[in-house]
Design a protein around this ligand. Structure first.
Ligand code: COA
Length: 415
């Protein structure tokens, strides 16, 4: 079966996580992704957090599937010549170097346009234009500057970063959409364009509801669904809401049987208005169905923590999976807190290709997260990440270099 992005050639100048997530997605959709890396070391993540000495790390392998790797020193004159050919040959250049690195290398937007006016140049940077545009940025800096850390955690604790890599992988997702959109527009204009995703912007986009809440707070002084509502303690900015749902249906994380020893024996429970009578019956509080202090969502708002405590008395008598089964029978929305171990072993995630086992010539089999976006006419086959420079020769000969020329480039350490 054909692939959605078949025929699209991506010059992948990305490293670490944000950019590689983007180009991996494009590769999964069928683009030919050529990862250009510095000879000798390559993407720094190849060597970071290694679990097997001398072998590409999981950090690298899990972000660089379905790509080809070429080594090239793009600061040397002969390397620049190769890069020029690649720019002429590709549709998109994706990079997430520190600000200005591409210019310093001699490949400004104007120079790239001269070489290939159809080229789309897509970049991840930490910040957009403004006071911080020159800063280098990693994941947690983006979480802190994009509103996530200030709004995550509990009211009586410090700001918290999330385990979800919304700064890096979140930016990569945004960038991938920008690239595909630019390719679509190129069909009518014939021109390339610049695509920029600032990590701060990507995080803020994912924290959109918190900017919504900031304005609600400024207008009304309170937000009823926040845990702070019970005792009316609101400050000037959106507070950390613990495990509150953040939407119109109140929810919280509740202990389940075994919580004393299992750090993940918990369930997320949502007290959706429609199922209130079912909740009351289940936890043995049928009087709350008609009690005016509990009967309506409005009346329940200041009492949510007491209600969750009552449901928790029930949930601690069941495992999280038993609780899930029972609650689902009554259409009560909930979700067990799944550990990474449980997720890795989940047969349904394996069946859909969301968790995939991949074989690697040096490390053997390992697990990865497959393509989370499923296209019915463009299925994804996850192929292992390339070894450093594995495809250098085939790519150079595709660009017209002879065996002798390739040998010379290698002797001179350009590749
Ligand atoms: N040949 C020759 N030089 C190369 C090269 C190649 N194939 N690939 C990279 N380089 C050079 C770059 O040109 C740069 O040189 P310069 O400093 O002289 O301009 C140098 O390698 C280092 O690149 P840089 O991007 O600055 O790496 P770093 O390790 O110092 O910084 C980041 C890493 C992630 C902090 C930085 O790249 C960054 O802020 N990126 C944008 C935001 C981002 O994506 N952050 C999240 C990463 S997950």
């Amino acid at each position: 079966m054909g692939k959605a992005l078949e025929g699209v050639r991506i010059l992948d100048f990305t490293h670490v996580q944000s950019g590689p997530t983007c180009t991996q997605l494009l590769a999964w959709f069928g683009a030919d992704v050529i990862k250009v890396e510095r000879a000798g070391e390559g993407d720094a993540t190849r060597g970071q957090l290694r679990d097997i000495a001398g072998v590409d790390s999981l950090y690298f392998t899990m972000l660089n599937h379905n790509k080809r790797s070429m080594t090239l020193d793009t600061k040397r004159p002969d390397g620049k010549k190769v890069l020029e050919k690649l720019i002429q040959d590709c549709d998109v250049l994706v990079e997430n170097f520190a600000p200005g690195a591409l210019d310093r290398m001699g490949f400004s937007w104007e120079r790239i346009q001269e070489l290939n006016p159809r080229m789309i140049v897509a970049s991840v940077k930490g910040f957009g234009p403004g006071p911080y545009e020159h800063c280098k940025v990693y994941e947690n800096v983006a979480q802190c500057t994009g509103g996530a850390a200030a709004t995550t955690g509990f009211d009586d604790g410090p700001p918290l970063v999330s385990g979800a890599q919304i700064g890096d992988s979140g930016s990569g997702l945004h960038l991938a959409l920008g690239i595909v959109t630019a390719l679509y527009q190129r069909n009518t204009t014939g021109r390339g364009q610049k695509v920029l995703t600032a990590m701060q912007d990507a995080v803020l986009n994912l924290c959109r509801v918190k900017l919504r809440d900031q304005q609600r707070l400024e207008r009304n002084g309170v937000m009823e669904e926040y845990p702070q509502f019970a005792d009316g303690q609101f400050g000037e900015s959106v507070p950390r809401a613990g495990n509150a749902s953040g939407g119109g249906q109140p929810g919280w994380i509740l202990k389940c049987k075994g919580w004393e020893t299992d750090p993940n024996a918990y369930i997320y429970f949502i007290a959706q208005a429609q199922v209130w009578p079912a909740v009351c019956k289940l936890i043995g509080r049928e009087e709350w169905i008609t009690d005016p202090d509990y009967a309506t969502p409005r009346a329940r708002l200041p009492r949510l923590m007491a209600i969750f405590a009552a449901v928790e008395e029930w949930s601690t008598t069941h495992t999280k999976f038993e609780a899930m089964d029972i609650l689902n029978k009554f259409d009560i929305p909930c979700g067990p807190i799944l550990s990474m171990k449980e997720i890795a072993e989940d047969p349904s995630l394996r069946a859909t290709g969301t968790i995939v086992e991949v074989d690697h010539p040096e490390r053997g089999p390992y697990l990865t997260v497959g393509n989370p976006i499923k296209l019915s006419d463009s299925p994804t086959e996850v192929r292992r990440s390339p070894l450093l420079g594995e495809h250098t020769d085939e790519l150079l000969s595709g660009l017209g270099y002879s065996e002798d020329q390739i040998r010379r480039l290698r002797e001179e350490r350009v590749i």
